[in-house]
Design a protein. Structure first.
Length: 196
């Protein structure tokens, strides 16, 4: 499973290098710091409360619409159970592709994002004590590849800076795909800097 995701990441990176190399008409870098909330979905919402999220993306623009790069983010959500020894915490390092259609006449510029990331996660699980129906909460660390999908809106403030809102869906299955499936939204505000 991990080899499959590594190959996909490498494919996305090198596809961007080769496919878009001939289309380069503008070279620029995008720096995107952001922060906001992390909101659990599905079964995860039954035992984890809303928390916080922050991150940073750095991408290279290949033309007026396509940029490819990487990002770092952290999502932290407390467990509903007071006896949980630590919150759900996931540090995510990703490779991302962003498509932003060139709309010079619009005052807001939308974009779509696709990323594959390594989720380095700390979570709590119920370990049996040997006594029927009795469990002890334990903390465990696990690393797994997951996906990030979503998009956002940029509102240009100057030729370099834009105000930003972004909504991303994050999904990862831990323990080699045999464990819990964690799903959550991140809602962020930030600043996008385009540097030539």
């Amino acid at each position: 499973m991990n080899k499959k995701y590594i190959l996909i990441i490498l494919f996305l990176f090198f596809a961007g290098q080769f496919i878009f190399a001939d289309r380069v008409s503008v070279e620029y870098w995008i720096i995107h710091p952001r922060g906001g909330i992390a909101y659990p979905l599905g079964d995860m919402a039954n035992y984890v409360d809303m928390g916080y999220n922050f991150g940073l993306s750095v991408r290279k623009g290949f033309d007026a619409e396509i940029s490819i790069g990487g990002g770092f983010s952290l999502a932290n959500m407390p467990y509903k159970a007071s006896q949980a020894p630590s919150p759900f915490n996931s540090t995510i390092v990703d490779i991302e592709v962003v498509y932003a259609p060139y709309l010079p006449d619009f005052f807001i510029w939308p974009y779509a994002k696709l990323a594959i990331g390594m989720f380095m996660t700390t979570f709590v699980f119920a370990e049996p004590t040997g006594i029927p129906s009795e469990y002890v909460p334990k903390t465990k660390n696990d690393n797994a590849f997951g996906i990030i999908l979503g998009g956002g809106l940029n509102y240009p403030l100057t030729n370099i800076f834009a105000a930003n809102i972004e909504i991303l869906y994050n999904q990862v299955s831990l323990q080699g795909g045999l464990g819990d499936n964690y799903q959550f939204f991140t809602f962020n505000i930030g600043i996008v800097a385009s540097l030539k």
